[in-house]
Design a protein around this ligand. Structure first.
Ligand code: ADP
Ligand code: MG
Length: 476
């Protein structure tokens, strides 16, 4: 256990979903072919001018509202000036003084506990191009230049690696729920800068922070934070805390270490100023209210509703809110008036099992809620047994035929004690020889009698009842 208090602040960059880039008409899509989605403005050709993408602005404002931030009166973009080969204009268009959101707060869940995370600001900006390095040469791929990025900066209020990752997971899920980003870390759509410091429990001031730049996986964030906590703690413990300096480090996946990049003294002066090529746009109340209508129920709201209103277990509710697709499927079941617990049981067991097995997404899964309803209706009417329901489910999935095509009126399980008794009696009368052998110790003939009943009823006799009846007959 670490004896110091840990303080973490995150800067989370997330690529937004849109048809075109944030300031140009080039396609916003991942491409294997370098320089495929490029417009002159992305390459900073003289005379080209940026045009702001309305959808990106709406999505940025949407997230600002979701995070309970304050929105500015005007939409303003700034130039952040620095030189790097992947930055063709020599500056990045971003937001400095008047971001789309400031001073927000969002509740997350970590280890079953809820906690507020405070948001410093959220702003819209463009991504840089990317560099491909080869032996002795490097190539620039402009596909990523101008891809819309939303940067979210938290206040220093997170207290462990686990909490930081819970926050990132919650945010990714919220971005997906709001349909503003795919949030795919494998495609590099989410990248983080992680700020870590330690302090004594009673210290009034925060410790010296170290920034770890561009960590591109949640696992990396977790490991980098824990590495940093340990590194700083060891120095503090041995009286060498002055060696913890305000610096930028990077996470080296291979050696599982953070490595020094530059110190604050070498910090770049970005000479921010308002981009004069982008007119400021008024953000009206009407616009904000219009965008607010598009905000869906967020994961934790859904979870609370499922537990409180529908009586789902904490576990089942957590499983359903994991993905927007799951919530959509579940809500559709509810609209079809499938009993909530029943819908949850089928979704969290059979259905998720099956999509996993088929390796399809729930969106592309054959058995839509309306088909699930056919099975559940038949089950409720006792036209089919629960065993038959499962069989029909799997058959329907594999043959891609609707469940009703397998459900017939004579499928019902026989649960009538009298009916089964009559059948048992008839069979026993014709099995005198077997009964004798059974009573002489050949007890495995019991299954033979059950088999006979099943044969006679085409498998529809309730097996538990059948066994009970046979057993009491044999004891006579
Ligand atoms: P900069 O402008 O240099 O990026 P900021 O003050 O804006 O610095 O902070 C950037 C990030 O660092 C924020 O997420 C913030 O929460 C975090 N941060 C600031 N101070 C600390 C600290 N002492 N310990 C941990 N994180 C910190
Ligand atoms: Mg920063």
């Amino acid at each position: 256990m670490n004896k110091y208090k840990v303080v973490i602040g995150l800067e989370m960059h997330c690529e937004l979903k849109s048809n075109s880039k944030v300031f140009s008409s080039a396609k916003n899509a991942y491409s294997q072919i370098p320089n495929e989605n490029v417009w002159p403005v992305d390459m900073a050709f003289p005379g080209t001018l940026p045009v702001v993408n309305k959808k990106c602005v709406r999505d940025a404002l949407k997230m600002s509202m979701v995070l309970n931030c304050k929105q500015p009166k005007y939409l303003i973009f700034d130039r952040k000036n620095y030189y790097y080969p992947d930055l063709p204009k020599g500056y990045q268009i971003t937001q400095m003084d008047s971001p789309v959101g400031v001073d927000g707060k969002i509740i997350i869940e970590c280890d079953g506990k809820r906690k507020p995370v405070y948001i410093h600001d959220i702003h819209l900006e463009e991504d840089a191009a990317s560099l491909d390095h080869y032996f002795g040469t490097s190539c620039i791929d402009y596909n990523r230049a101008g891809v819309p990025l939303l940067e979210l900066v938290t206040k220093p209020c997170l207290e462990s690696a686990k909490e930081a990752v819970s926050f990132l997971e919650a945010m990714r899920s919220i971005y997906q729920f709001c349909d503003v980003s795919e949030g795919d870390t494998k495609k590099g759509q989410i990248r983080c800068d992680v700020n870590v410091s330690i302090m004594d429990e009673n210290d009034k001031e925060l410790g010296t922070r170290v920034e770890i730049k561009n960590v591109n996986s949640f696992g990396g964030v977790y490991d980098a934070i824990n590495y940093e906590i340990e590194r700083q703690s060891k120095l503090k413990e041995s009286g060498r805390y002055d060696e913890v300096i305000q610096e930028t480090r990077r996470w080296d996946e291979e050696s599982a270490k953070t490595i020094h990049m530059r110190s604050k003294v070498d910090a770049i002066d970005y000479k921010y100023f308002i981009d004069p090529n982008i007119p400021k746009i008024k953000i009206t109340k009407e616009l904000l209210e219009d965008i607010r209508k598009e905000i869906p129920a967020l994961p934790l709201e859904c979870k609370d509703k499922y537990i409180k209103e529908y009586g789902l277990s904490e576990y089942d509710a957590s499983v359903i809110i994991k993905e927007k697709d799951y919530v959509d499927y579940y809500e559709e079941c509810l609209e079809l008036k499938i009993e909530p617990k029943m819908a949850s049981n089928w979704l969290t067991t059979q259905i998720l099992g099956e999509i996993n097995h088929e390796e399809v997404s729930l969106k592309d899964f054959y058995l839509k809620p309306k088909y699930l309803k056919q099975i559940i209706d038949a089950l409720n009417k006792k036209t089919i047994s629960s065993k038959q329901a499962k069989d029909i489910f799997y058959k329907s999935c594999s043959e891609k035929k609707e469940p009703n095509s397998y459900i017939t009126s004579d499928m019902a399980q026989i649960n009538d004690k009298e009916v089964i008794s009559q059948i048992v009696e008839k069979i026993m009368e014709n099995s005198q020889e077997q009964i004798k052998q059974y009573k002489n110790g050949k007890t495995n003939l019991f299954d033979y009698f059950v088999g006979q009943v099943m044969k006679e009823t085409k498998g529809k006799a309730n097996p538990v009842l059948t066994k009970e009846i046979i057993s009491s007959y044999l004891q006579k």
